[in-house]
Design a binder for this molecule. Sequence first.
Ligand code: A3P
Length: 293
Amino acid sequence: MEVNPGRVLLPHDYRRIGELILDMEIRKDDVVLVSYPRTGSTWAQEMVWLIGNDLDFERAKTVPQLTRSPLLELSAVLSHEPGEWKKDLNSVESVQLLPSPRYLKTHLPWELLPTQLSTVKPKIIYVARNPKDMCVSFYHYCMLIHNLKGSFEDFCELFLRDRAPMGPIWNHILGFWSRRHEPNILFLTYEEMKRDLSGIIRTTADFLGKTLSENDVNRLEEHLSFGSMKKNPAVNLEPMLEKKNGPSFLRDSGLHFIRKGEVGDWKNHMSSDLAARFDSWTEENLRGTGLRF
Ligand code: A3P
């Protein structure tokens, strides 16, 4: 269904939690990671959680990230999936029971987030990614998680018409880009993380008020490398996917949650005409904003 304001497309079960999210109590020491899906949010969340938790690698490897850093709207977005994922727990209520400091994650745009974010002002990290790679990644994700069968080209049409799952991306991104100078907001991009992960680790540590040694940064960089994340069952969702779809699903489908991890993979999927349409769409929506990918 379409949720407004924001024209956001969400499963019907969102009705059960939409108001709860808007009215939810925010704590000053919450750390909230916000992003459109497939922007590298799991990667960034792992970095944020580890910095915030004094590099507790042991816990990071043994407790699934979704438990350490729950997705606020989880019970709405996965509620239509069969099996294990259909938890009776309401994700908003369970987040409310967590001890502080909470590390929360959400893919909702600013308009649908707790109104107390603008009064309590907890730390918020926003992650953005260039829309062409995001679209490619989102298409694969929808096949992996939601059993999508349509073509990539059709998915791109939805994306360009603001009708992809989660709705218009520009409103999502600009909702945070326009607030990026507020002291409680840190705006990151996937491309920056790829280019200079150690620099982003240091920036994020400063933002969270933590001090890291050179050695800490190196250990964290290693934990966050694509190769380590891809084989880390606490972040790659493989245990859940195998439980849901059977042990051979990943091998047979060739699909992975931590998939390719590159900038520019769109070149392997988009015709030059399609890429040009994405470019002019991006240009139109970013004109005058100062944001570039
Ligand atoms: P690709 O599908 O392009 O590979 P999210 O966590 O928001 O769903 O984003 C998923 C994207 O981040 C996927 O992009 C995934 O592979 C990528 N990603 C996850 N961990 C990464 C890492 N350590 N390094 C680079 N990319 C990573």
